[in-house]
Ligand binder design. Sequence first.
Ligand code: SAH
Length: 417
Amino acid sequence: MVCRLAGRSAPHKLRSGGSTRIRCHGSASIRGPVGARACHVNDVVAIRPPQRGLPRSPLPNLRDMPREELAAWMAAHVPGPAFRTTQVFEWLHARRAAGPESMTNLPKADRQRLAALASFDRLRVDTVQRAADGTRKLRLRGAAGDPFEAVLIPNDRRGYTLCVSSMVGCSLTCRFCATATLGFIRNLATWEIVEQVYQAQDLLAAEAVADGSPDGQVWAPRIVNLVFMGMGEPLHNYVQLKRALAILMDEHGAAIAGRRITVSSSGLVPAIERFGREGLAREVGLAISLNATTDEVRDRIMPINTRWNIATLLDTVRHMPAPGRRHVTFEYVLLADVNDSDADAARLATLVGGFDCHVNVIPFNPHPGTPLRRPDDARIVGFVDRCRAAGLQVHVRMPRGDDIAAACGQLALEASA
Ligand code: SAH
């Protein structure tokens, strides 16, 4: 049973076949400043990756395979010279071909075999909502037909940032996050993760064509940053995430530089260790959603903290293999009267001051039903000033696309009803 801040009656969907669940220590309760209705929580926290929910299709989707896997598949099913794999990979991931019929540099017989033995499904774009600030929210449907979202955000200087989802719903129960109210529906497959990038890039290309230009040239803006901060906990879907990153960074695919990719985690310690051990931490950025400076508060707003507390989490990040490790970001959702005091700012500086990091303060983005509040501007400035005075590098992430519920923590498929 999970307590909903909003008092919603929707059943909690966090069911995870094969995953171990534990009860939180004691009975956390959310009261006082966090919620007018005191609500006692007998939370369950999934401590192993949810097993449920990779869509199965009768034929393997070739967009699901990193290049080495594709090479092995090709060798077994469409044997030919090794460069054939690179050609197919380029068609799928650099040119975003609909299927083998357009792969004109392949022999006809190979194209026929590919068509018979593999699937080339792409995501379907259900709706695109556009916010006043230019942010677009794409509602997408994948193999199972259930919708999820990706958010395209114009950068101040150049290109776009895409906020990518890793699950339909989320396996976690963070109190401030709208996605958590959906529960865990399923993991996204590798191809459903990479396709979010391709669909968003296709949207930019289509918009550029529609807008035209006086000299007849069409320049579609590019997606230059990826943040895994959409729906879901990316490190709970580790295997698909890792394969998707390999595809997205591949020089024969979208070729997105690892330094322009950030994976955000709520603090799944074993997966963060694996992220370091398997070298991902050297390739892409890691953001940790810290969001509180005491275990008492973090237990209440992020029940995962009852499994891996602040000290354990920070220790894990501290001990990730150092050589070449990319810079760490700590995210801090600022909640009025919950974690926004001067004492919090001072504790935050003590906790993360020793890291080569910067802190992203995200003023809370409200969503229907939540009793949580964003601090007023004076408190946000006061908190940030205190952090900076204590030596932290702080960036305040102001909401983007909040008029279409596309800002951090607002993704909850409200339009899908
Ligand atoms: N599960 C991952 C990624 C998804 S959330 C994680 O926890 O990091 C991405 C970021 O948005 C996290 O830092 C999270 O703390 C923040 N966030 C979630 N809900 C929010 C809200 N309502 N307002 C502001 N930030 C929010």
